[in-house]
Structure formats: C-alpha cells, structure tokens
Design a binder for this molecule. Sequence first.
Ligand SMILES: [Mg+2]
Length: 386
Amino acid sequence: MGVPNVALSVGPRAESPEYHRIPAREAAMKIADWSCSLVEVPTHSRLDTSYGSAEAVRPHVIARLVDDSGRVGLGEASPLPFFTGETAASIKLQLEQLFLPALVGRDPRDHDEIMAVLDHLLPENRSAKCAVDMALYDLRGHVLGQPVYHQLGGLRRPDGFRVTRAIGLLSLEETVRMAEHWVERGFHTLKLKIGPDPDGDVERIRAVRRAVPSDVRLRIDANGGYDVPTAVRVLGALADAVEYCEQPIPPWDLAGLHQIRAATGVRITVDESVHTLRDLLRVVEARAADALVIKLIKCGGLRAAEHLAAVAGAVGMPVVVVSPFETHVGAAAGVHLALTLRPSPFAQELSIFTVEPRGPHTASAIQTNGDRILPPTAPGLGVTFE
Ligand SMILES: [Mg+2]
C-alpha cells in the first residue's frame, strides 16, 4: 500500500505571495544605550518586621534600556538585603559594570539568551538581573504598543484583582487602629507581621479578629521568626482566625514547615524559602507549603516568575505576588504578572497603587477601584519615571 498523498498544512510556501507579507524580523531592533540610577524615596508606611525596624527612606535602583529608535524600557531593583544578600550599592555596581554594558547591540526580543549571558557573567544577583528582565519587557511593550501582560500568559483576570494592606509590628492598640483604618478604606484582606513576641502575637491577632468584620481576611507573616514548637503553639491558637501564615520558621527548615502544616491545619505560605525553581521543587517534594509568594527581586524578574507560577499551578499551589517596598515601576511589573495568574481566593500584595497613585518620581496608568487593581491598557509597564 502506498503512502497517501496528504497535503500538509504548514503555512505559506516560500514562493507564495503570503510568505512575503509575513513581517521580517526587524534587523534594526537593537539595544543602543542604557543608564542606571539610585534614588532614595521616603517610605509610605512604617513596616517593622522580624528583621527589625523599617528604614524611613529606602533606596531603589532604576535601570533604563534605550533601543536604536529611542524607545525606553524601565526596570527596577529594590534591594531586600536580608533576602538576597544584595544591597542598592551592589545592585548598581553589577548593573553598571557587568550587566548593562553586555546588552548593547543585542536584540531585546532575545530574552532568554540575554538572561543566560547575565548568568554566565555572574551567578545569583537576581535583584540586579530583575531590573534588566523588567526593562526588556517594558521596552518590548512600547515597541508592540501593548501592555506587558500580553507578553506573559495573557489576561486571565479581566476584572482585575484585590490587594491586601500590610501592617507592621505595632502595639496591640496601634495594630487594631490601623486594621480598622484600612478596612474603612475598603480593604478586604489585611496582612499582619508577627514574630518577636509569640504570646503578644496571639493577643494582637485575636484583637484584630474581634475588631474587624468576619468577612475581612487576615494573613500573618513571621518572616522566619519562630521555631517549630512556637509556631505550632501560636498557629494552633489562631487556626480559625487567619487564612494563612507566611514563613513561620527559617527558610531552610522544610521538614519543620511540613510538621507545622500537619500539626495545626493552618495553611503555610513560603516566601524566604523560595527564590528559584529548584527551591520550589524542594518545597513541593517536602510538602512544606500551601501557597507561594513571588517577589520579582527574589527570582530574577518576570520570566523566572512565570516559570515559578507554572510549577506552582501544576501542583495546585496559589501564587501571591508581593511588591517589597518598590516604586510604581517594580510594583507595576507585579501587577502585569498577577493579571496573568489563575484567579485564587488570596489577595495580591500590590497595594501601592490603591493608596499612593503617584510617587515622588513616578506616574502610573494603573487604575484602581477600592482595593481592586484594574488591568491597564497603556503600553509596556504603564509607568513613567523622572
Ligand atoms: Mg513575607
């Protein structure tokens, strides 16, 4: 029997007229220039944690990529030294001396190749790499005239998503007052820092639970401040009061996280425990968590975040995108990522747009409604920086 003569449909043939209507790769699209600046911005709210008191002024590193048509892409790295070991000074140094010069002459569409070049130049340093990753997405967004979420998985939350407001370590009275304040401002989820005073933590969270309506969700974050027996005791006492507890114990103790989950039934969210895909695979294997916090400066940007979200999605683990003290530039990148995620019951932590629509250096096209962030339609990240 002969092979059937099947016409394969593989698109227009090279000699057909349609072939010549397919846009050629723009030969001229190159990164032509870059700049990098360190700005210091007063923090918009006090947020003391298990790591200590928050600074009154925080540094942000802003990278700019310019293509050969003069279009600009913005990226941000706001350091979290306790998380990544990088400071604003070290981020700026690596960007200026290694990463940004290596981009000149490259096509900004070659994303994975560019990130591989950076990894070859210097391992780790994911906050500095995050600024490059973000600037590439923003630049391509301006070239395409499309919001960045179209370069990611596409818009899965056309109605936007809710955000939570964080409250740092305060006295019981101040904590209750702040919780009531943010609920009056329209927030449906509050995040409360805990850690240094376990018995006081139980009292504070219980007091907030009594003070706010029962449909307001509370989540707590110890930033690794407890040990396993303390976490079991505290979470056991708060099991009916909170939607989850983030990073109750130090990041390396995955067996301990599993033990706390099993003993208390309280959902555990990992933050400090997961920077890379390898970290997440270990967490999944250890059955150490129910949900995952993604911070772009931990994982190295939007592309790495997509990989984390894909693995989390494959095991049914909701993702919460958190903006750690970023300006509107970095927080906007988080918004675009969050808009592409499968809807989940958990609010995202990207509240800057709801309480501070403009920053001292930034203007944003991102609109809000109460505690809800709406999908932007402006090209790129939708943020300008002066
Ligand atoms: Mg956290």
